[in-house]
Ligand binder design. Structure first.
Ligand SMILES: Nc1nc2c(ncn2[C@@H]2O[C@H](COP(=O)(O)OP(=O)(O)O)[C@@H](O)[C@H]2O)c(=O)[nH]1
Ligand SMILES: [Mg+2]
Length: 299
């Protein structure tokens, strides 16, 4: 399987062989760059992270881009950025589709590369832009970000017969060189909660997860972090049930998703919850809580 096919692999088809190959491609490109840009989904910054990133990039400086910030809770995005900074990792909120936050991302990347580019000049080299590459799991927005950063100066692919396709560098406004091929990371699929969060933010395919579990988990997280919105949206009066499944049933009742005998049609209720969440009816939501600092690294 070549590099281009690997790009389109649905995340659940990551077999050990694919993971090794993806890792090898990244390691090859790592040698060429000063800095890596780790692209995360601002709605699920820890669930969209690759568990082995630190091992893969070793000591290469890293900047985090919290993408799809237009869909995330702005207060939580701020808290996540502060958290990364406390871990010594510069971070910026971006919206790759509209181009928001990209100037800041480029500035952070250059700053991070400065020791390296300065050293190069001190050894007699010509000043050069920071070299970087983008890493992230499928659907996090790598291509959108690369295209947006490329702007008008989009890299042409020089496909000369008989010549191995050279690495293409994109010159980014503001003085940064970006590899046109992103590194594809696999998600944390061992953790079922992470899998569900990836599913309902659209990072993995819809039809491979249990919709009832997904809706129940979503309601539980919303109850914990956004109780007023849940209350308001589904017109709960007084106490809301605590457990996800009970919440789902209550939502079904509120919305009249009933079958004969007044029993709640859980399937209909799931659809209501998942569709309304995806349509943004519950507002801007971030589903991963910022970890406690005492526990160290952003697992
Ligand atoms: N709302 C929003 N959608 C985005 C953003 N970035 C990417 N997307 C969407 O997310 C989907 C996956 O993006 P893509 O660039 O193909 O992801 P890739 O698989 O990492 O290359 C596409 O539908 C994009 O339009 C963003 O910042 N905000
Ligand atoms: Mg892509």
């Amino acid at each position: 399987m070549d590099k281009d096919n690997l790009k389109d692999l649905p995340s659940l088809q990551w077999f050990p062989g694919h993971m090794k190959k993806a890792q090898r491609l990244i390691e090859e490109n790592l040698k060429l760059v000063d800095v890596v840009i780790e692209l995360l989904d601002a709605r699920i910054p820890s669930s969209s992270a690759n568990p082995m990133l630190a091992e893969i990039i070793k000591r290469k400086p890293r900047v985090v881009a919290l993408n799809k910030a237009d869909l995330a809770d702005p207060a939580k995005t701020k808290a996540w950025i502060a958290y990364f900074k406390r871990q010594g990792v510069p971070a910026a909120a971006v919206d790759a589709t509209k181009g928001r936050g990209l100037k800041q991302l480029v500035a952070l990347t250059q700053e991070l590369a400065k020791p390296k580019t300065d050293r190069f000049v001190n050894k007699g080299g010509k000043p050069r832009p920071a070299r970087c590459m983008i890493l992230g799991i499928p659907n996090v927005g790598k291509s959108s970000l690369i295209n947006r950063l490329a702007g008008a100066a989009k890299a042409k692919t020089a496909d000369k017969p008989g010549v191995t396709r050279a690495k293409q560098w994109i010159k980014v406004a503001g003085g940064m060189d970006l590899l046109d091929t992103p590194g594809i990371l696999w998600p944390k699929f061992e953790d079922p909660v992470v899998g569900l969060k990836l599913a309902f933010t659209g990072a993995i395919n819809d039809d491979i997860y249990d919709r009832e579990q997904a809706a129940a988990l979503l309601l539980e997280v919303l109850r914990r972090d956004y109780p007023e919105r849940l209350q308001e949206r589904f017109k709960f009066k007084g106490e809301m049930p605590e457990k996800g499944l009970e919440l789902l049933e209550a939502v079904g009742r509120k919305r009249g998703c009933l079958v004969k005998g007044g029993i709640v049609d859980l399937e209909k209720a799931q659809t209501v919850v998942l569709n309304e969440f995806r349509a943004g009816k519950l507002g801007l939501v971030t589903l991963d809580a910022v970890p406690e600092d005492a526990k160290g690294g952003e697992a």
